[in-house]
Write a protein that binds this ligand. Structure first.
Ligand code: WT7
Length: 656
């Protein structure tokens, strides 16, 4: 098991306070200071957020109400006028930051580029003007399907600048996954590239867009803007497709930022849930800007001279909040990397740290586990002395991986911030503040000031110390999701109805199990729903099942996660076949490929198990718990008395 167990957590007693030197120079440098902020925010949340909003951001017009809370709908900074692209760019231009690196980009193979704030501003304005030329208006949605190049960030900021909303679709998703997301959002424009470089290969992106739009597949899309990256030959549809460099050449770089209402839509980002269809998580402008700004500043203890590197892809919320918006709003230098460690270049991350003097490094446990496997001689052969803070996100980190990260990468001196949050929360919810909160390997420690988190039972009662329960948030926060795009009912059902309001207080249900220890530290145990995490990427088991049953051979499919040493979890699919089909290795490979086509490579099952029947309850529910046991080769544990047909289980066990 790579995920921590209750037993291992209870045994984990190591504790790492920040060094005196680190604490002395930190923005929040003591536990007292953290408590002070936390208590002030708890006593007067609106006052706390209002003060920060005024201090930290530029507003075209001040709000007249801090929070309008009609559970489960929150409005923050009501009637305030703001533009996040202005806060990320324009306001830095009249300071020395004008010529500071905003984005340092390290591309593959061997390309690199640095954009100062002035240069980034110029390109964003140009792209925004191109959008206008292509008929994009305030309130329209732009699909962004890009590799990890600066133009991905430029495309996002250009949307924000003119008040269009973006929907970024991870470049690793298949054309079919792209199509359904563009369709759901009724996107007007798609911004893409010919392709991107990924682990010694190129990935075709424009061909996937062509496929998604074929036969009027997404009727709302009028135009496609294509950035040239790999120089591979791609089809260009006259009238629909335009090269970015062609249009950029003739466009003005003057484009004032549109004053947006604080609650105007900033973006949609699709994420997996318990039911089949991915949901469009809706984020708005003012609250999101404030929350990503302040969490970046305090959690990474940002200094003007930091070189900050988050290894996520912009296609995920981590890339939105902590590559683009949070760092740029602070005027920081954000490094973007197109590459990834691989057998042909196992030390590439450390080369980048050395080359640019990276001081803050933020990655995922799955990456750390893969790096451990590659061997510590790679980091040991580089100079990593510029690093001062390390971060992790995406899944619970096992204490061994935490210790390796601390010792080998951090040289024993860098605090590790284990940040628990979600696409839905917009920003960090539980996290150490590195100069204040002593860390414990495997714990995301304490709530960020202003976040009222707890662990409760299904009635909403707080559970006892070190008892397992459900992680909830008790008070609205500025960057909380506002709804599910086009499906407010689903928003209510998914996040607000599993646990009833307690003493009149609504509880946001995160879908994670957790416990709190004797110091009030949170230990997140993983999802309590049918969501699995493959290399830190969230996948709904139903989503993979729907993909499988869309193949003519498949009658029924049940998908579970199996613990995997590096990826955290791996997809295992149990499949029953339609009468005329027979199980074979060829069919197994075909089904795996089919899932890749429907969703993307991240969803490829590691194992397909053909079976005559599924273990079901008398009411017809598949007993996934049993399948999970079987998939990981464990004894089938717990109660099986509700099983309808025991022989199914015996057959599955014997592999028949
Ligand atoms: C789920 C959210 C938020 C960016 C990356 C994933 C898990 C996330 C941690 C952490 C334990 C974590 C949770 C959460 N998760 N961070 N530090 N410790 N678990 O975003 O795709 O929306 O997934 O990731 O299960 O619910 P996401």
């Amino acid at each position: 098991m790579t995920q921590p167990t209750i037993e291992s957590i209870l045994k984990e007693k190591r504790n790492f306070p920040p060094s005196a030197e680190f604490a002395e120079n930190a923005i929040i440098g003591s536990m007292e200071k953290y408590r002070e902020l936390y208590d002030a925010a708890k006593a007067d949340p609106q006052g706390f957020w209002a003060e920060l909003a005024e201090q930290e951001l530029h507003w075209f017009q001040k709000w007249d109400q801090v929070l309008d809370w009609q559970p489960p709908h929150a409005k923050w900074f009501v009637n305030g006028k703001i533009n996040i692209s202005y806060n990320c760019l324009d306001r830095h231009l009249n300071t020395w930051r004008r010529n500071k690196a905003a984005i340092i980009w390290e591309g593959e193979p061997g390309d690199s580029r640095t954009l100062t704030y002035a240069q980034l501003h110029r390109e964003v304005c140009q792209m925004a003007n191109v959008y206008k030329q292509l008929g994009v208006k305030k309130g329209d949605i732009v699909g962004i399907y890009m590799p990890m190049i600066p133009e991905a960030a430029i495309a996002m900021l250009a949307c924000a600048r003119i008040g269009a909303a973006h929907s970024v679709i991870f470049g690793g998703f298949s054309s079919e996954a792209l199509r359904t997301r563009l369709l759901d959002a009724e996107a007007k424009l798609v911004v893409t590239a010919d392709g991107g470089f990924r682990k010694d290969k190129t990935i075709p992106l424009k061909p996937a867009v062509d496929e998604a739009l074929r036969d009027n597949g997404v009727p709302s899309v009028d135009n496609v803007l294509v950035v040239q990256r790999t120089q591979e030959k791609v089809h260009m549809d006259a009238g629909r497709d335009h090269w970015w460099h062609d249009l950029q050449a003739g466009v003005s770089a003057n484009c004032p930022a549109e004053p947006m209402d604080s609650e105007d839509l900033l973006f949609i980002l699709y994420t997996s849930g318990t039911t089949g269809k991915p949901k469009g998580v809706v984020h708005t402008t003012g609250g999101y800007n404030l929350y990503t700004h302040i969490t970046t500043k305090w959690t990474f203890d940002l200094k003007e001279t930091d070189v900050y590197w988050c290894t996520a892809d912009v296609g995920w919320i981590t890339g939105h909040s902590y590559i683009v918006y949070g760092p740029l709003s602070n005027g920081a230098t954000s490094l973007m990397y197109e590459g990834a460690p691989r057998p042909s270049n196992p030390g590439c991350l450390w080369d980048v740290v050395e080359k640019y003097g990276v001081s803050i490094f933020y990655t995922a446990p799955t990456a750390i586990r893969a790096l451990i496997k590659m061997g510590e001689h790679h980091p040991n052969a580089r100079d990593l002395s510029s690093l001062r803070i390390l971060g992790t996100v995406g899944e619970p980190i096992n204490p061994e991986a935490w210790m390796w990260y601390h010792r080998v990468i951090g040289g024993g001196r860098c605090p590790i911030v284990d940040t628990w949050w979600q696409t839905e929360t917009g920003g960090f919810m539980l996290t150490p503040l590195p100069g204040a909160i002593p860390t414990k390997p495997g714990s995301a420690t304490l709530p960020f000031p202003g976040i009222m988190a707890d662990v409760v039972d299904l009635e909403g009662n707080p559970v006892g110390e070190n008892e397992g329960g459900y992680l909830v948030v008790k008070h609205p926060w500025p960057s909380m999701m506002r709804t599910v795009y086009g499906d407010d009912d689903r928003f209510r059902r998914t996040y607000w109805e599993h646990i009833p309001p307690k003493d009149g207080q609504y509880l946001y249900f995160a879908g994670d199990g957790a416990r709190k220890d004797e110091d009030g530290y949170f230990w997140v145990m993983g999802r309590v729903d049918d969501v699995i995490s493959v290399s830190g990427h969230r996948l709904g088991t139903m989503e993979v099942e729907s993909a499988l049953v869309s193949h003519p051979a498949v009658a029924e499919a049940a998908v579970v996660g199996r613990p995997d040493e590096v990826k955290g979890e791996e997809v295992v699919a149990f499949v029953t076949l339609e009468g005329e089909y027979e199980a074979s290795d060829d069919l197994s490979n075909e089904l795996k490929q089919h899932v890749v086509k429907e969703i993307g490579a991240i969803a490829r099952p590691g194992d397909i198990r053909f079976t005559d029947g599924m273990p079901k309850t008398r009411s017809g529910k598949i007993m996934r718990r049993l399948l999970r046991n079987l998939a990981s080769g464990q004894e089938v544990a717990g109660d099986t008395s509700t099983l309808e047909d025991r022989s199914v289980l015996d057959k599955l066990r014997s592999g028949a």
